[in-house]
Design a protein around this ligand. Structure first.
Ligand code: SF4
Length: 273
C-alpha cells in the first residue's frame, strides 16, 4: 500500500496522490463566504472553522483509504445495472438489492427498454427481494420512460448533459431523490457529485463537523467545496464512508476503538467500544 502522507496545512490545496486516491494538501482551497459554506461551520459557537473542516475531510479520507484501500464501487456490470441498483437499494441492504438485480439479469430485463416493456406485476415479482417492490417497479419504469422521452433512450446521451442540468432532470423523475440522483450521476455517469447518506451525517455529527440537522444540499456542499472536483475521489470517499458506517460507526454501540477515524474523535461517543 502506498504511503502518501497528508499535510494538513492551512496553506494547501488538495491533490490526488499518484500512488492512489490519497489527499495531500498543498495550496489554499477556495472558500467563498456566505453560500459556499454550511451554516454550522460558520457558527461561532461551533469549534470548527471552514478551513478546519477542509483539513478534517481530507485527513479523514487519507486515514480511511490507508486503513481500507480501494473499495471498487459500484458493483454493477453496466451503467443501467448501477442505476437499477441505486433505485433498488433504497430503504434496504445491498444484499437484498443484489438479489433483485440477479433476478432481473436472469430474466434478461436489465435494459431500459426491457423494463419499459415488462408488465408491472412481473417486474414487481422479480424485484420482491429488495422490498417496497411495487413502488420500486414503478420507479424503474419511470426512469426508463424518462430516458426514452428526454434522451431518446440513450444513457450516453443522458450522461453528456451538464451535471447540474441532469441532476435537476433526475430529481423530477418519480422515486428519485437526491441520494439516488447523486448515486446515478457519480457511479453510473462519472459526474463529480458527492453522495450523502445517513452514515455520512452520523460521522460528521460525531466528529463535531455538523449539528445533524443540515439539509442534504448543505452536507453535499460541504464535501464538494472542501475537496477537489474529482469523481474518482468522490467515488472512493463515499464508498469508504459506507464501509466505516457498516463496520464501525453504527447507530448504537459504535466500534471506535478499531476505527480509522478514532484519532480524530473530539470526545468519546456514548456507548462506544
Ligand atoms: S466509529 Fe467512532 S471513531 Fe469511527 S467514525 Fe464513528 S464516531 Fe468516529
Amino acid at each position: 500500500m502506498s504511503t502518501c502522507a497528508s499535510l494538513p496545512d492551512a496553506s494547501s490545496s488538495v491533490l490526488l496522490c499518484p500512488h492512489g486516491p490519497r489527499l495531500t494538501l498543498q495550496s489554499p482551497l477556495p472558500v467563498s463566504p456566505g453560500s459556499a459554506w454550511p451554516s454550522p461551520l460558520l457558527d461561532t459557537r461551533h469549534p470548527f472553522t471552514p478551513s478546519d473542516a477542509q483539513r478534517q475531510l481530507a485527513t479523514f479520507f487519507d486515514a480511511l483509504f490507508a486503513a481500507h484501500g480501494p473499495q471498487r464501487w459500484w458493483p454493477g456490470r453496466t451503467r443501467f445495472e448501477i442505476i437499477a441498483g441505486a433505485i433498488l437499494v433504497q430503504n434496504t441492504a445491498w444484499t437484498n438489492a443484489a438479489r433483485a438485480i440477479a433476478n432481473l439479469r436472469a430474466a434478461s430485463l436489465l435494459t431500459p427498454s426491457a423494463i419499459e416493456k415488462v408488465s408491472p406485476a412481473r417486474l414487481a415479482r422479480l424485484i420482491r427481494p429488495s422490498g417496497y417492490f411495487r413502488q420500486k417497479a414503478r420507479k424503474l419504469k419511470a426512469f426508463a420512460r424518462f430516458l426514452r422521452e428526454s434522451h431518446r433512450g440513450s444513457l450516453a446521451r443522458m450522461f453528456r448533459t451538464p451535471t447540474a442540468q441532469l441532476r435537476e432532470q433526475l430529481l423530477q423523475v418519480h422515486g428519485i431523490g437526491p441520494e439516488t440522483a447523486d448515486s446515478i450521476l457519480l457511479y453510473a455517469g462519472n459526474h463529480p457529485v458527492f453522495v450523502v447518506d445517513a452514515y455520512t451525517r452520523r460521522i460528521l455529527l460525531r466528529h463535531g463537523l455538523a449539528h445533524g440537522k443540515e439539509s442534504y444540499e448543505t452536507v453535499r456542499g460541504l464535501f464538494e467545496q472542501s475537496l477537489p472536483n474529482d469523481p474518482r475521489l468522490f467515488n472512493e470517499y463515499h464508498a469508504l464512508i459506507v464501509h466505516t458506517g457498516k463496520h464501525h460507526c453504527r447507530n448504537r454501540a459504535p466500534v471506535c476503538s478499531t476505527c480509522a477515524l478514532r484519532p480524530f474523535l473530539p470526545q468519546p461517543v456514548e456507548g462506544s467500544r
